[in-house]
Design a protein around this ligand. Structure first.
Ligand code: ZN
Ligand code: ZN
Length: 182
């Protein structure tokens, strides 16, 4: 399912209920154009209410998303759920004009009041949702709180038990390799 941008004029008095789901296939297609650093592992959901207050669109709601990404310590893939409250405001502005005062594109445009981004063609909630998921992904994700990471000597994942080398064996299996590199 795609999500069409919402023209500001279509938001009724009393608000517009938002309850939408983005399927992983659609997200993967959209994400391929960028370096997301994660793979959607389930649908992304956005729920809440969009209101028009004078010259502003105001959204309040929640997001929920499941993504797969690599642990910052052991590099194994794992799945996390990203969820939390969302709040955003966009100002409805006239289309930017060139020096002769002519608009290049038909308005209205929306200015994101947090980022200052200007966009034409209505409120793209799918894009907004994707951006919010990206912002809410931890910088150094851990597969678990006490992830033991990779043994710096032998490269084994230490979560699956003690590695063979004991962590500080003098004869590393890469010892010959190291010689080659030096
Ligand atoms: Zn880990
Ligand atoms: Zn080891």
């Amino acid at each position: 399912m795609t999500m069409k941008p919402i023209p500001p004029d279509s938001v009724p008095r009393g608000g517009l209920k938002i309850d939408r789901i983005l399927e992983p296939e659609w997200l993967r297609d959209r994400g391929q154009e960028r370096n997301l650093g994660f793979v959607p592992a389930g649908p992304f959901e956005i729920r809440g209410e969009l209101n028009r207050v004078n010259q502003e669109l105001v959204f309040a709601g929640r997001l929920k998303a499941t993504v797969r990404l690599a642990c910052g310590r052991c590099l194994e893939d794992f799945t996390i759920e990203v969820s939390g409250p969302l709040e955003a405001r966009w100002r409805i502005v006239a289309a930017p004009t060139d020096r002769s005062g002519r608009s290049e594109e038909e308005g209205p445009w929306l200015e994101d009041l947090e980022t200052g981004d200007l966009r034409q063609g209505g409120l793209d909630l799918a894009e907004y949702l994707l951006e919010q998921v990206i912002l809410n992904i931890p910088m150094a994700p851990l597969c678990r709180e006490d992830c033991r990471g990779i043994c710096p000597v032998c490269g084994a994942n230490r979560n699956s038990g003690l590695c063979q080398c004991g962590g500080e064996r003098k004869e590393s299996p890469f010892k010959d390799l190291k010689k080659l590199i030096k």
